[in-house]
Design a protein around this ligand. Structure first.
Ligand code: TYM
Length: 335
């Protein structure tokens, strides 16, 4: 709590091309919630190096992601937008929390299992302890709420368990955070295989809509989306491809799934897919235009990077010092 405002933390990786899933599942909610909460939004570059990165490319993507946060509508004067690597408290708290996390807990993390299967030549310790760093991100700012997509729920549960475990030993040190999952768009699925989530690491470019895709590409990908042979527009698990398209349309237009089904009753899939393409373009085109404008103003982005890291650090250090004292590290001697 800062004054009478609750605290919100969230982050995103600057790895690969961001997808519509990242936008509808997370970024869109970040913007909506930023009026109500005291917000910290990090570009989580420490997390990114759990998978091998090209340094120049990572730097470029990190800056683009920070710019995209602003383009999406987050005000850098009100919310704190920064790079995780600019606040050393993340790594320091992660180390301490590592010593409170059990191997068994981390072994159960489905994202670790998936990523380990995908990167068999580089199953590094960072990939294994990745969720602990995520817990440190959140707990460092005493966040009350964490808006994420469904795929991050298991990591959020671990964060809550770690906070409670630590508090049980040392008293009320950490706020135990709640996940915020949006009503629609919290799990956008692949357009080519609706049993999988839409992911920036998918090899098939038609499976994902990327935030920087041009309008023709977006419309084409929607048109090619895998559906079924039932031929009737309904919102149900038995028609997962169509359900996903309804979710996308719904999240882009603000209309509820039932309203969408009623509006398109009796019409063909082709027509609906066109409408989905139009709805996505209507959301992404202005976002892309704002992004291109903002990107040009290098000095303004540099100022955001500088000021916000300082603001984040000022909060982070308070929690970190408290935790260091609780676990028994010697106090710093001044003067
Ligand atoms: P990341 O970078 O994979 O994804 C960023 C956000 O996008 C959401 N998301 C989706 N939502 C709906 N449908 C999808 N297909 C979809 N794909 C991704 C994710 O749930 C996430 O909210 N570990 C995190 C980053 C992180 C973090 C944190 C998040 C690091 N520290 C602290 C919250 C709090 C990650 O890799 O997200």
């Amino acid at each position: 709590m800062i004054g009478d405002r609750k605290i919100l933390f969230s982050g995103m990786q600057a790895t690969g091309n961001l997808t519509l899933g990242n936008y509808l599942g997370a970024l869109k909610n970040w913007v909506a919630l930023s009026e109500e909460y005291e917000c910290y939004y990090a570009v989580v570059d420490l997390h990114s190096i759990t998978v091998r990165q090209d340094p120049a490319e990572l730097r470029k993507r990190a800056r683009a992601l920070l710019t995209l946060y602003i383009a999406a509508g987050i005000d850098p004067e009100k919310s704190i937008l920064y790079y995780q690597s600019h606040v050393s408290g993340h790594a320091e708290l992660a180390w301490i929390l590592n010593c409170f996390t059990y191997m068994g807990e981390l072994n159960r993390m489905t994202q670790f299992k998936d990523k380990a299967a995908k990167h068999q030549d580089n199953i590094n310790a960072g990939l294994f302890t990745y969720p602990v760093l995520m817990a440190a991100d959140i707990l460092l700012y005493q966040a009350d709420v964490v808006p994420v997509g469904v795929d991050q729920m298991q990591h959020l549960e671990l964060t809550r368990n770690l906070a409670e475990r630590f508090n049980a030993v040392y008293g009320d040190v950490f706020t135990v955070p709640e996940a915020y999952i949006g009503k629609v768009g919290a799990k956008i699925m692949s357009l080519q295989d609706p049993s999988k989530k839409m992911s920036k690491s998918d090899e098939n470019p038609n499976a994902s809509i990327y935030l920087m895709d041009d309008p023709d590409t977006i419309r084409r990908k929607c048109k090619r989306a895998v559906t079924d042979s039932e031929g009737e527009i309904r919102y149900r698990d038995e028609q997962p491809g169509l359900k996903n398209l309804i979710d996308i349309y719904s999240a882009c237009t603000g209309k509820g799934p039932d309203e969408v089904v009623n509006a398109f009753a009796g019409r063909g899939y082709g027509e609906f897919k066109e409408a989905v393409g139009d709805a996505v373009v209507a959301v992404l085109q202005p976002l892309q235009e704002r992004f291109r404008e903002l990107e040009k103003d290098k000095a303004a982005i540099d100022a955001v990077i500088r000021n916000n890291a300082e603001r984040a650090n000022a909060t982070a250090i308070k929690t970190l010092r408290k935790v260091q004292k609780k676990v028994g590290f010697p106090e710093r001697v001044r003067g």
